[in-house]
Design a protein around this ligand. Structure first.
Ligand code: AMP
Ligand code: ZN
Length: 488
C-alpha cells in the first residue's frame, strides 16, 4: 500500500510529508525523564505518544533507531541554571546517594512504562555515562567561538550565535521580547549576555556529582547531554527529535543552538512536540503537586479518584486524544474510556467464535483498512483510527449475532487487521482477560445478580458479591453510568 505519512513539524509550524534522510532508516531522539522522582501520568502521556509514533514507523517498514535518554545529572531546579541540583536535593531528603536516587527512579520509570505496554527504545543513554562526549562537544563549541569560560563555568554565547543563526527558529518568538522577559544581569553574574546558558558548571565544594574537565571540577549543563548523545548515536543530522511541548522554549531551543554551533548543521529535520496532560485545565507537573502517580491511578488510591483503572484502559484514554491536543484528566473521561476499551476488547474476544459462511456481506475490509491508514498517515491521528475501530466493533458484534456473514478467508483478514491496528500500532493488549474469554460479559452477569439482590433488599448477597470480588482483585463502583468494574 502506498503511504503518504504527513507529520506536524514544530520547526516549520506546518504538516509536512515525512521523507527520511536515508531511505528506509529513521533516527528518532526523544528527551527522556529526569530520574529524581516518580514519573507522573503527564510524563507517561508523552512517552506513550512517542511509543505510538515509534510503533507506526516500524509498522510501515522503517528500520528505526529510537534513542531516549535518561537525565541523571546536571538538571537544576530552574531551567535557567538556577536553583539546587534536583538529584542532590532529593538525595538529601531521602538520605541516599544521588546515584541511588537515579537507580531507584530509573527502575520505577521502566516498571511503569512496561505496564503501559510501551516498547523500550533502541538505546537509552544516560548523561553520567557520556560525560567525556559532553566535554568534547563543549570544547568544540568553544573552538568555534560560541562559548566562553568564566571561573570554571562555560557559557554559551547567544549574542554571538544570533549573528549567524536563528535562535528563535523553533518557537518563532521575538528575540527582543525574550530579552525583555529575562532578568537583567547584576554584578554577581558571570555570564555576558542575559540569554547565555551554561554548558559546563563549576561544582561547589558540597556538590557530590562532579567530574574533572579542562575547566576544573564540575558537571554538565542540562541541555548539552541531549546534543552530545543524539550526535553520538544518530549523527550530526537525524530525522525526528521529540519531547513534551514544555521543552521547546528553552531545552530544545538551546539544543539546536549547541548542535549548530558545534556541527554547523541543524540537528533534526522534524521536531515533534506532544501536548500536556492537564488536571482541571492546569498542566500536570511534579512541581505543581497535581501529579497522579500511575500506581495511584491503577488502584484508585487518590482523593481525586473515584476508582482504579487498568493500565490499558488508561493507555486507551490517552490514545483517544490526538498527541498535539491537550488531554484533561477527569473521572468521567476515564470512565468513558474504560467502557470503550472494554467494548473493544470484548468484541475482539468474539472473533474466535464467529461462524464462517459461504459469502461475506459485512462491508469492505480494504476500505476500512485504507481509512485506518489514512488516519495514522495524517500526523498519527489515533482518535480517528479509534472511531474507525468502533465501526469494526459494530461489525464483529453483528457477525457474532449472525446478522452479518463472513467467509473464512475474510475472517482471517479481519483478524489480521485487528492485530495490526489494535495490538501492533495502538499497542493495546487485553488486560481484562484471565482464563475467561469474555470477562466483561461475565462481570455484567454478576453485576446484574448483585443489582437484583439490592433491589430485593438482600444486602447479604449484594455485599457478599462485592467483597468476594474484592478478594480476587476486582473492584466494583456504583456510578451514574451504572456499576463499573476494574481489576486492582
Ligand atoms: P521531565 O522528567 O520533567 O524532564 O519530563 C519528562 C517528559 O515528560 C518531557 O518530555 C516533558 O515534556 C514531559 N511532560 C512533563 N509534564 C507533562 C504533562 N503534564 N503532560 C505531558 N507531558 C509532560
Ligand atoms: Zn533533551
Amino acid at each position: 500500500m502506498e503511504h503518504n505519512l504527513v507529520l506536524y513539524n514544530t520547526l516549520t509550524r506546518k504538516k509536512e510529508k515525512f521523507v527520511p534522510i536515508h531511505p528506509n532508516l529513521v533516527g528518532m531522539y526523544v528527551c527522556g525523564p529526569t530520574v529524581y522522582s516518580d514519573v507522573h501520568l503527564g510524563n507517561c502521556r508523552t512517552f506513550v505518544s512517542f511509543d505510538l509514533i515509534f510503533r507506526y514507523l516500524v509498522h510501515l517498514g522503517y528500520k528505526v533507531r529510537y534513542v531516549r535518554n535518561i537525565t541523571d545529572a546536571g538538571h537544576l531546579e530552574g531551567d535557567n541554571d538556577e536553583g539546587d541540583d534536583k538529584f542532590a536535593k532529593k538525595a538529601k531528603l531521602e538520605k541516599l546517594e544521588p546515584m541511588e536516587i537515579v537507580q531507584k527512579y530509573t527502575l520505577g520509570f521502566h516498571d511503569v512504562l512496561r505496564m503501559f505496554n510501551t516498547i523500550p527504545p533502541s538505546i537509552e543513554p544516560t548523561a553520567t555515562g557520556h560525560i567525556s562526549e559532553q566535554i568534547e562537544m563543549v570544547q568544540e563549541i568553544m573552538k568555534n567561538g560560541f562559548a566562553y569560560e568564566v571561573n570554571g563555568t562555560v557559557y554559551f554565547d547567544v549574542d554571538k550565535y544570533v549573528k549567524e543563526y536563528n535562535y528563535t527558529i523553533l518557537t518563532n518568538r521575538n528575540l527582543e521580547d525574550m530579552l525583555n522577559n529575562t532578568r537583567e544581569l547584576g554584578g554577581q553574574d558571570e555570564k555576558k549576555g542575559r540569554l547565555d546558558f551554561a554548558l559546563w558548571i563549576k561544582a561547589k565544594p558540597e556538590h557530590i556529582m562532579r567530574w574533572p574537565s579542562p575547566w576544573g571540577v564540575g558537571f554538565p549543563g542540562w541541555h548539552i547531554e541531549c546534543s552530545a548523545m543524539s550526535r553520538k548515536y544518530l549523527g550530526d543530522q537525524f530525522d525526528i527529535h521529540g519531547g513534551g511541548m514544555d521543552l521547546a522554549a528553552t531545552h530544545h531551543t538551546n539544543e539546536i543552538a549547541q548542535s549548530e554551533a558545534c556541527n554547523h548543521t541543524t540537528p533534526a529535520k522534524y521536531w515533534m512536540h506532544t501536548n500536556m496532560l492537564t488536571v482541571n485545565g492546569a498542566r500536570m507537573s511534579k512541581s505543581a503537586g497535581n501529579g497522579f502517580l500511575p500506581g495511584e491511578l491503577f488502584t484508585g488510591n487518590h482523593p481525586l479518584l473515584n476508582r482504579g483503572y487498568s493500565p490499558m484502559a488508561v493507555r486507551f484514554f490517552m490514545l483517544q486524544a490526538h498527541y498535539r491536543s491537550t488531554l484533561d484528566f477527569s473521572n468521567e473521561a476515564l470512565d468513558a474510556a474504560d467502557k470503550g476499551y472494554k467494548r473493544l476488547m470484548s468484541a475482539i474476544a468474539l472473533l474466535d467464535k464467529i461462524a464462517v459462511s459461504g459469502k461475506s456481506n459485512f462491508g469492505n475490509l480494504e476500505e476500512i483498512k485504507a481509512r485506518s491508514y489514512a488516519a495514522m498517515d495524517d500526523d498519527f491521528n489515533s482518535p480517528v483510527l479509534i472511531a474507525e475501530l468502533f465501526e469494526v466493533v459494530r461489525i464483529i458484534n453483528s457477525l457474532y449475532d449472525g446478522k452479518l456473514t463472513i467467509t473464512a478467508a475474510d475472517l482471517e483478514a479481519l483478524k489480521g487487521y485487528v492485530s495490526d491496528f489494535v495490538f501492533d500500532i495502538l499497542g493495546l493488549k487485553d488486560d481484562q482477560v484471565g482464563d475467561v474469554d469474555n470477562m466483561d460479559g461475565l462481570m455484567q452477569i454478576l453485576i446484574g445478580i448483585r443489582n437484583e439482590a439490592k433491589k430485593n433488599k438482600d444486602f447479604v448477597t449484594s455485599d457478599s458479591i462485592r467483597e468476594k470480588l474484592t478478594e480476587i482483585g476486582i473492584q466494583l463502583k456504583d456510578s451514574k453510568e451504572g456499576t463499573l468494574w476494574n481489576k486492582i
